[in-house]
Design a protein around this ligand. Structure first.
Ligand code: GAR
Length: 214
C-alpha cells in the first residue's frame, strides 16, 4: 500500500511502531537510530503528523519511512480529524503507537481503537505538570527536580499508567529551553529503552499498573 509520502508500507517481523509527532522529532530520531538493529525488536513503520512542516516528517523521509500528514485545517471538525488520524495510523497496522511530541489531544475513541497499545512521552514527572507546558509549569512551580515520563495513554490528558520515569535536576539559572534540552536527552534514552523492552518482553495493563514482561 502507498501512503501520501510515497513510501510503501513496510513489512517486518519486528514490533510495528507508528510514531505521531508534531515537532522537530528528536525522540523519533532516537527511535530511528535504534530500529535498524534486529536485536532491538521494534521498527518504526510509519510517522503521522498534524503539521505539514514538522521536522519529524523530514526525518521519516530521510530514513525511508512512510509518513502521512493529517492537518486539522483539512477537516470540518475535530471528530472528523480525529477519525482520520486513527485511519492514517491503522494503515500501518501498528503493534504500538508512540506519541513523541504530538501536541494535540486524541479522543477516547482513538484511544479505544488502539487500547493499551499507545504510549506517550511527557517532559515532566507525572502526575505533576501534565499538559502542553510541562517544562514551563514545573519551572514556574520552583521544583528542584523534574524529568520525563513514558506512560500508557488512557482517555485522560497525561493520566495513563506510568511505564518509566527519569529525573533531571533543575539548575538555578535554568530557563524553559535549557531545562527542556536536558530533559530531552534523558527522554530520548528512556523512550528508546522502554519501546525496545515493550517490543521484546510485551506489555500488560491492569488498572493503573502497566507492566513490561511476559
Ligand atoms: C518532547 O520533550 C515531548 O516530551 C514533548 O514535546 C517534545 C517533543 O520533542 N511533548 C509534550 O510536551 C506533550 N505534552 P521532539 O519533537 O524533539 O521529539
Amino acid at each position: 500500500m502507498q501512503t501520501p509520502s510515497g513510501h510503501p508500507v513496510e513489512s517486518t517481523s519486528a514490533t510495528r511502531v507508528v510514531v505521531l509527532a508534531s515537532g522537530a522529532g528528536s525522540n523519533l530520531a532516537a527511535l530511528l537510530a535504534a530500529h535498524d538493529d534486529p536485536a532491538y525488536g521494534a521498527r518504526v513503520v510509519g510517522v503521522v503528523s498534524d503539521r505539514p512542516a514538522a521536522g519529524a516528517l523530514d526525518l521519516a523521509r530521510d530514513a525511508g519511512v512512510a509518513s502521512a500528514v493529517v492537518a486539522p485545517a483539512d477537516f470540518a471538525d475535530r471528530a472528523e480529524w480525529d477519525k482520520a488520524v486513527g485511519d492514517a495510523v491503522a494503515v500501518f497496522h501498528p503493534d504500538l503507537v508512540v506519541l513523541a511530541g504530538f501536541m494535540r489531544i486524541l479522543s477516547p475513541r482513538f484511544v479505544g481503537r488502539f487500547e493499551h497499545r499507545i504510549v506517550n512521552t511527557h517532559p515532566a514527572l507525572l502526575p505533576s505538570f501534565p499538559g502542553a507546558h510541562g517544562v514551563r509549569d514545573a519551572l514556574a512551580h520552583g521544583v528542584k527536580v523534574s524529568g520525563c515520563t513514558v506512560h500508557v495513554v488512557d482517555a485522560g490528558v497525561d493520566t495513563g499508567p506510568i511505564l518509566a520515569q527519569a529525573a533531571v535536576p533543575v539548575r538555578e539559572d535554568d530557563d524553559e529551553a535549557a531545562l527542556h534540552e536536558r530533559i530531552k536527552v534523558a527522554e530520548r534514552a528512556l523512550l528508546v529503552e522502554t519501546v525496545g523492552r515493550i517490543a521484546r518482553e510485551g506489555l500488560h495493563v491492569v488498572g493503573r499498573r502497566a507492566v513490561i514482561g511476559r
